[in-house]
Design a binder for this molecule. Structure first.
Ligand SMILES: [Zn+2]
Length: 342
């Protein structure tokens, strides 16, 4: 299987992270890439550098003012006397139907959902290359590959059309789905990350052409708290095209695989032409976030089960944080998935 990744994706190196109000080192570290590369190579992937696709693919799922914000906010922030080294918001609008703020501080609050997505001078380029990895993986599938892997980092599934959040800036899974739409009339996105894919849900919430399905730790007591509940089903023409499967904390392989079968029923009923797997590996029992308890062999079974959908598939890396097994978990997922490929 082809895998896509660019060196520039390592440059973004966020420092700050607030967890329950306490300053912690940011867990979305560039070292994740090294571990995931080893995992992809061990699964037999060939690594390719993505091409420069310009702003088009990101602009297909994000607003122009948001992309302009991501590109320029760091330089503007540095001109504020006494400002932090990274862009971190300190005020958010309660409702988003007011006027658009002109100031850097106001725009940071408007376009950033939380404090887990600090923006440095390197963030924009890393996020763009991460998205371009997703574009080329989708292009490979359009060109006839049964599957391709995008080693996306920074991740994307918490990024809405005009809001960053949870380590995410450009929504790589949404970008991949939108690229697939050039050829596929219907695309399903299956998000198996520990956390609900709220940004992906938001981007496609009113659309019937992209089905969004997410398995995740129940947000009633887990990030992202305000999204990911079972009663969020889409709106307008998209009503019925969003499907959330919240799982009790510490759910292990059996419960995860059972929920996956429920997800497959919904996906088969939708009859998609292509699939995007938003592959978080943080549902692992040893992941620092500790929300679910999927085992390393469990990822192999998850990969094997998804392959049985027998759809052209773009696998987009989402979360999964530093632990000894991070690379192995990717290898076992890809091997399980590949073992069933025709
Ligand atoms: Zn996650």
């Amino acid at each position: 299987m082809k895998a896509f990744y660019a060196e520039e994706q390592k440059r973004h190196d966020p420092r700050a992270f607030l967890s329950s109000g306490a300053a912690q080192p940011n867990p979305e570290k560039p070292e994740r890439i090294e571990r995931l590369l080893v995992g992809a190579l061990s699964a037999g992937c060939t690594i390719e550098r993505p091409r420069d696709h310009g702003l088009g693919p990101a602009a297909a799922v994000h607003t122009p003012e948001y992309l302009d914000f991501l590109e320029h906010i760091y330089a503007r922030w540095q001109r504020i006397k006494g400002a932090s080294a990274e862009v971190i918001p300190n005020i958010h609008p309660i409702a988003r139907n007011g006027s658009y703020p002109a100031s850097a501080v106001g725009q940071a609050g408007y376009h950033m959902a939380d404090t887990a997505c600090p923006i440095s001078g390197e963030t924009w380029q890393s996020a763009l290359w991460s998205a371009w990895s997703a574009v080329d993986a989708a292009e490979a599938v359009i060109s006839g590959a049964p599957a391709a892997y995008a080693l996306c980092r920074p991740p994307g599934h918490h990024a809405f059309a005009d809001v960053a959040g949870g380590f995410c800036f450009i929504n790589n899974s949404a970008v991949a789905a939108q690229v697939l739409r050039k050829q596929a009339a219907r695309v399903a996105i299956l998000d198996v990350d520990l956390h609900h894919g709220n940004g992906t849900q938001g981007i496609f919430y009113a659309r019937p052409d992209v089905l969004t399905v997410s398995l995740h730790a129940d947000p009633v007591r887990f990030y992202p708290f305000f999204w990911g509940h079972a009663d969020e089903r889409g709106e307008g023409p998209g009503l019925g095209y969003n499907f959330n499967l919240p799982l009790p904390r510490k759910s292990a392989d059996a419960a995860f695989l059972e929920a996956l079968e429920t997800a497959f029923q919904r996906i088969r009923a939708f009859s998609p032409d292509a699939l995007v797997v938003a592959l978080g590996l943080d549902a692992f029992e040893g992941d620092p976030f500790g929300g679910l308890s999927v085992t390393t062999p469990g990822f192999s079974r998850i990969g094997e089960a998804i392959a049985k959908l027998d759809l052209p598939t773009v696998i987009v890396q989402e979360g999964g944080y530093l632990c000894d097994e991070l690379g192995d978990n990717l290898t076992t997922f890809l091997t399980g998935f590949g073992g069933k490929m025709r």
